[in-house]
Design a protein around this ligand. Structure first.
Ligand code: NDP
Length: 284
């Protein structure tokens, strides 16, 4: 293990609003340090009005890339030179990568989820129930579709938002996708392999519960949560008690960082080092 030297050989960053205290900085810099890369990852607070100027500035200053979070995930697109496949399908970018002279927009949220999922189940040919149709759910749905998932049921409170995601999955990925308007406890259909909470229910709220008939969770199902704080959400505890295999949201967060570091540097960083740094930064 070595620490960054006095020279800033390469820069990557994060463009967001309210960027202070972003725990992913510690995670990404831990990877750089562990692998002896003299790189820095810096937070930059960028207002929507300044986004185009900031992107041109990052390019002019030779940044290898940057993450962007809300409110820039969609509005950054016109300022880029191209998009990766999943970012193009979902119309949102959270990771920009310099390839030659071009800045290319990628989306690593869904890829991070997929990487974490693939450690316990191959999603090809599987049947999935996904709660939510916001940014995280869209990213996951598109990536699972590209990875060969057979069926997807989107369960969402807002019917219009859910319908938009189902249309995208059907039209752009030719996926067998259906919408359930979420009212009352939802019962997971028999034959479902993977259940995912892609909503913000449970974030910083350990007691919050998903409207879900827990008796419909069967042993052998994989139950995943995008919520990373608390790490063991009520859903994951309930699922484990019914014999399901569970997957926490911290794995997704770590793996989107892993994919970002791979894109920017070309190395395969050690996820355990990154997870430890993230846990320490988040105090979990
Ligand atoms: P969005 O605001 O885009 O979407 C929120 C989703 O949650 C919508 O589907 C919304 O439904 C649903 N929702 C929120 N509250 C309720 C409720 N009380 N009842 C029913 N549905 C509800 O947020 P994001 O998709 O960006 O983020 C969602 C979660 O994912 C957050 O907790 C975020 O921290 C987490 N996340 C985790 C990542 C990771 O790496 N682990 C990465 C990115 C996000 P509706 O459409 O009806 O409003």
């Amino acid at each position: 293990m070595s620490t960054p030297g006095p020279f800033l050989h390469q820069l990557v960053g994060s463009m967001s609003q309210g960027a202070a205290g972003n725990p992913t900085v510690a995670m990404i810099e831990a990877a750089f340090a562990h692998h002896g890369l003299h790189w820095r990852y810096v937070n930059m607070e960028v207002s929507p009005a300044d986004l185009g100027t900031a992107v041109r500035g990052a390019k002019a200053m030779g940044f290898r890339g940057f993450n962007c979070s809300l409110p820039h995930k969609v509005t950054v697109i016109p300022h880029l030179d191209g998009l990766g496949e999943s970012a193009s399908v979902m119309g949102a970018v959270n990771c920009v990568v310099r390839r030659g002279e071009d800045l290319i927009g990628e989306n690593t949220d869904g890829k991070g989820f997929l990487k974490s999922l693939e450690a316990i189940i191959d999603p090809r040919g599987k049947s999935v129930v996904l709660f939510g149709a916001g940014g995280a759910a869209r990213a996951i749905a598109v990536e699972l579709g590209l990875a060969g998932t057979r069926r997807m049921t989107i369960v969402n409170r807002s019917e219009a938002r859910g319908a938009e995601l189902v249309s995208l999955l059907r039209d752009k990925l030719k996926l067998d996708a259906t919408l359930v308007h979420w009212r009352g406890d939802f019962s997971i259909p028999a034959g479902t392999d993977i259940v995912i909470n892609g909503t913000s229910i449970g974030l910083y709220a350990p007691e919050a519960r998903l409207a879900l008939d827990l008796d419909s969770l069967k042993p052998g199902m994989v139950v995943a949560d995008v919520v990373f704080s608390p790490v063991r959400t009520r859903l994951l505890e309930d699922a484990a008690a019914r014999g399901c295999r569970s997957l926490d949201g911290l794995g997704m967060l770590v793996n989107q960082g892993v994919v970002g570091v791979q894109y920017w540097t070309g190395i395969n960083p050690d996820p355990a080092v990154m997870r430890r740094a993230l846990e320490a930064a988040m105090g979990v």
